[in-house]
Every structure is written in structure tokens, then in C-alpha cells.
Ligand binder design. Structure first.
Ligand code: SF4
Length: 432
């Protein structure tokens, strides 16, 4: 999982600023590595490092790097075939004498895939770029950039998102609409599945590179990944999460003294649950907002200590209370277990856990870095076994029908809940 930004300007502004603002807006999509690369005519300036964008650019002065165009990238986890810090300079650095950059969110699964070959095809001509893209399989969105053009592309079934926006002096492409908002640009539209967008000078054109296939958007963008102020292919992420909470209550009404969300992933569904149930919503845990997101810390031993640095319960809110605790999902289960323990230590009487998505039983090698099947809490367990393991007084998961109703659309990948793989399987080195 990553967040990507591309900016191309008319040379009258410093492109580093909108790129860095965009990367800030996408930081929730990854905090392991951050990279920004700019082209100043044909000169290249690259800043890459581990951690967050503020480590690379701690002040306004450091942001003043030259360049009228560039790319930004934040990353969580590892890619299957190209696990290197992005944005990437294709192997030979220059193609036909020009510097080229490329950045990708997701996984391109073709056995013989090479970023250099992709950059070469996109550098060459529209037709060659289309032909190369049409052979790719996987869940991906990407941006290619050289001194003359910027090209965005989205996978054939639209598992990964990409949006185009326009500001006074150029264009922006980004993984989420919140990144476009953060630069003051206006959203033009989402890049469609199987589509590419080409920006040259002051022109923007959208082209299909493959036939229109049924969309299979990653539903986890709405459940967990995207920022609530973003729109996902026209759907308000906030609205969808709030509806998930409302339908959770409709499906399985529960009485309690207070409703609270697991910070931050369950907060909006909890507000929806509270509105529907008329049970008061309370902040039972305060989060230290200056520490990174728990799920985004890859080291399990660090995650164990993270939670105590990041969260503190409010005993006056929790003591002797029967609580509905809403969270978006249970993946490994370690976070919810520690949250429940924290609530019990603070004096909670009963804890009813409500999850605003179905049981997550299958790993994802497409969009998220959902781990190995054996690491999933729900692997070979039923709801009662999970309830016992997390030490909740009751546990209920939103149904698949309820999740789709909350989203108001049905063109999603739901493999991690249903085991229905959204693209054809890979066999003997070939996609079939
Ligand atoms: S398996 Fe789940 S996380 Fe992966 S792309 Fe599909 S819906 Fe998204």
C-alpha cells in the first residue's frame, strides 16, 4: 500500500510545494519510506528516506527545491517485485537523453515485468505505452514523468485509485482526492479502470489502453485505507463509514451506556452507530496525534509498545460503563486485544465489540499488505472463538450485504472477506 502524487506545472511555480503538500495528505497510506523527486528542466533532484515527509522537509526553507514537475511517494510494507524506495529512476537513468521518473501504488504481478520497460514504453509513444499497459495484470496505479509529459494509469479493473486535478499553474495526479484538495487544486475526475491520462503543456487527455472491464475497486479503501475526507470514485468515504455504523446497529441492536470508536479507524462508524442507536457517543481513549499509525509500524515488537505511547483511556468516561466499541476490522487482532485490555483496566463493566466490515479471513497480495493467512486472527476460527480470544463480552461483524448497502455500490473486490479473487489466477508464469 502506498500513496502517490505527480505534479506538472507551467514553470511559473515551485512544483515541490504542491508535491510535498500532497504527500503530507497521503501520509496515512504509508510511513515506512517517503520520497520526492523533481525535474528542473532536465536536472534531477531527489530526496528519499525512511519515515515521514516531515523528516525529509522539516521546514519551509528545505521545501524550496527547484523544479517545475515531480513525483512524491509514501510507502507501507513491501512490494512483490520492486521493493525499492520510490519515486524510481528507471535503470539507465535517462531514456533518449531525458531523465524519467516513475512511481507506483500496488503490485504489478506479471512475471517479466520491469519498471524500466514500462518507463521506456511510456516515453516512446502513446500507442507503445497503451500496448505495454494493456499486458499488465495486478492492482496498480502509477505516474510516469519526463520533462515533456506526465502520464497516469490505473489497473484494468480499478483495484487501485487515481485522481486528476487542476490548479492555476498546472495539474496534479494523486491516490486520493484529499491530496488534490490539500494543494488547492480542483478535482477533474478519477482515472477510470483501464485508462491512462496524458498531461502535456496545458492539455489533459484521457485514453483507454484496454477494453472496459467490470470494475473491482478495493472495498478496503472505504473501510480503512482512505482518509474520511476523500471521495472514492465519487463515493464519500465519510458517508460510507457512517452508514456502516448505522447498519451495524440495524443488523444487531445492542443496548449500552456509551458508544466509542477504536481510534482512529473506528471513529466515524462509531458516530453512525451512536446516531442510529441513540446511545451517547463518547471519546473513551485519547490518542497522542504526534505518534505514527499503529498498523503502519511493521515491527511487531514495536507495535506492542506503540499502543501505550499513543493511547490513554479516560477513566471518568469508562468506569462502570457498558461500552459498544466500534472498529473497522480485525486483522492480526493484537490492537483490538490491547484496546479491550486498556478499557477493562480503566474500569469498563462490559465491552461489546462491533466491526464495521465482515470477518477478514483471506490475505491480500493485491492492494493491502494483509499478512499471511496464518497470521490472520480469523483464520480457522468462528466468531465465538474470536470473541474469547480478544476477551470481549460480545462480538458482531457487519454482513457483506450490509457493507455493500453502506457503500451504495457493488462493483468492488471483496476477496479478503469472500475469497473471490477479482482477477484471473496466475499459472505457470502466465496470466490466464
Ligand atoms: S483482497 Fe481486500 S484489501 Fe485486497 S484488493 Fe481486495 S478488497 Fe482490497
Amino acid at each position: 500500500m502506498s500513496g502517490i502524487v505527480g505534479v506538472s506545472t507551467d514553470k511559473s511555480v515551485v512544483a515541490a510545494h504542491p508535491i510535498i503538500y500532497g504527500v503530507y495528505a497521503l501520509q496515512h497510506r504509508g510511513q515506512v519510506n517517503t520520497g520526492v523527486a523533481l525535474l528542473d528542466n532536465n536536472q534531477l533532484v531527489v530526496r528519499k528516506g525512511s519515515g515521514q515527509i516531515n523528516a525529509l522537509f522539516p521546514d519551509n526553507i528545505s521545501m524550496n527545491i527547484p523544479g517545475d514537475r515531480g513525483l512524491g511517494h509514501v510507502k507501507y510494507g513491501e512490494y512483490l517485485q520492486y521493493d525499492i524506495e520510490q519515486p524510481i529512476l528507471p535503470k539507465e537513468y535517462k531514456i533518449n537523453g531525458t531523465n524519467c521518473l516513475i512511481t507506483i501504488d500496488g503490485n504489478i504481478l506479471n512475471k517479466d515485468f520491469s519498471l524500466h520497460d514500462l518507463a521506456l514504453a511510456l516515453n516512446s509513444s502513446l500507442q507503445t505505452g497503451k500496448e505495454y499497459l494493456s499486458k499488465l495484470q495486478g492492482a496498480f496505479a502509477g505516474v510516469y514523468l519526463d520533462p515533456y509529459k506526465m502520464i497516469g494509469f490505473r489497473d484494468p479493473v480499478g483495484l487501485k485509485p487515481l485522481y486528476a486535478g487542476k490548479f492555476d499553474h498546472g495539474y496534479i495526479l494523486a491516490s486520493e482526492t484529499c491530496a488534490i484538495d490539500s494543494t488547492g487544486a480542483d478535482l477533474i475526475q478519477s482515472v477510470d479502470n483501464g485508462e491512462m491520462v496524458v498531461i502535456q503543456k496545458d492539455k489533459i487527455d484521457f485514453y483507454r489502453y484496454t477494453e472496459k472491464l467490470p470494475k473491482k475497486k478495493c472495498i478496503f479503501e472505504l473501510v480503512y485505507i482512505s482518509r474520511p475526507d476523500s471521495y472514492f470514485d465519487g463515493l464519500s468515504v465519510y458517508q460510507a463509514r457512517s452508514q456502516m455504523g448505522k447498519i451495524l446497529y440495524e443488523e444487531y441492536p445492542t443496548s449500552a451506556d456509551i458508544v466509542m470508536g477504536a481510534p482512529d479507524s473506528g471513529l466515524i462508524a462509531a458516530v453512525g452507530y451512536a446516531e442510529e442507536s441513540k446511545i451517547p457517543y463518547k471519546d473513551g481513549i485519547i490518542k497522542n496525534r504526534y505518534v505514527g499509525r499503529t498498523f503502519l509500524t511493521t515491527d511487531e515488537s514495536e507495535r506492542k509498545t506503540d499502543i501505550f505511547i499513543k493511547f490513554n483511556p479516560i477513566k471518568e468516561v469508562l468506569r462502570d460503563k457498558e461500552i459498544v466499541l466500534v472498529d473497522d476490522s480485525i486483522i492480526k487482532g493484537s490492537t483490538i486485544k490491547r484496546t479491550i485490555k486498556m478499557l477493562r483496566n480503566a474500569g469498563a463493566k462490559k465491552i461489546h465489540v462491533r466491526i464495521s466490515s465482515p470477518i477478514l479471513r483471506f490475505p491480500c497480495n493485491l492492494s493491502m499488505d494483509i499478512p499471511n493467512v496464518n497470521d490472520l486472527m480469523a483464520h480457522q476460527k468462528d466468531v465465538e472463538e474470536i470473541r474469547q480470544e480478544i476477551n470481549a463480552d460480545s462480538l458482531y461483524y457487519l454482513s457483506m450485504e450490509g457493507l455493500l448497502k453502506a457503500c451504495g455500490q457493488d462493483d468492488f473486490c471483496d476477496h479478503c472477506f469472500t475469497n473471490n479473487y477479482p482477477i484471473k489466477p496466475y499459472e505457470e508464469g502466465l496470466w490466464v
